[in-house]
Design a protein around this ligand. Structure first.
Ligand code: ZN
Length: 121
């Protein structure tokens, strides 16, 4: 992957990590008034609606996602970012733009989700 693309994805991931850390921290301090500043910060961003939707969809999965974001940042550092963890093929950049912390290509993602469903059911 080109260096400017890596820089772009790294920026996305760092921002997502910042948001998730704030969200996890907020969940941990539920009922306190510490959230005001964080909400103001989010409000300053142009994509507030997206951010809100993002957190709604995340629900209780935010810790898991935070872990994936941290993993993805590590992969940028060690040069393996953009490769599927399962089949080692390149993950489509369109997919990475939507999910910069994606661990699998779309094909493997479906297989992994199917396996998880089977394990859970
Ligand atoms: Zn794959």
């Amino acid at each position: 992957m080109r260096k400017d693309r890596l820089t772009y994805f790294k920026k996305q991931l760092v921002e997502k990590q910042r948001q998730l850390v704030a969200e996890v921290g907020r969940a941990a301090s539920y009922g306190k008034d510490t959230e005001d500043d964080a909400i103001k910060d989010l409000g300053d961003q142009a994509n507030t609606a997206y951010t809100r939707e993002f957190f709604f969809e995340l629900g209780n999965g935010d810790r898991r996602m935070l872990r994936d974001v941290v993993t993805a940042l590590g992969k940028i550092d060690d040069g393996s970012f953009g490769s599927c963890e399962r089949c080692s093929e390149a993950i489509a950049e369109k997919r990475l733009e939507a999910l910069p912390f994606a661990r699998y290509c779309i094909t493997c993602q479906r297989v992994v989700e199917e396996e998880e469903r089977t394990a859970a059911g």
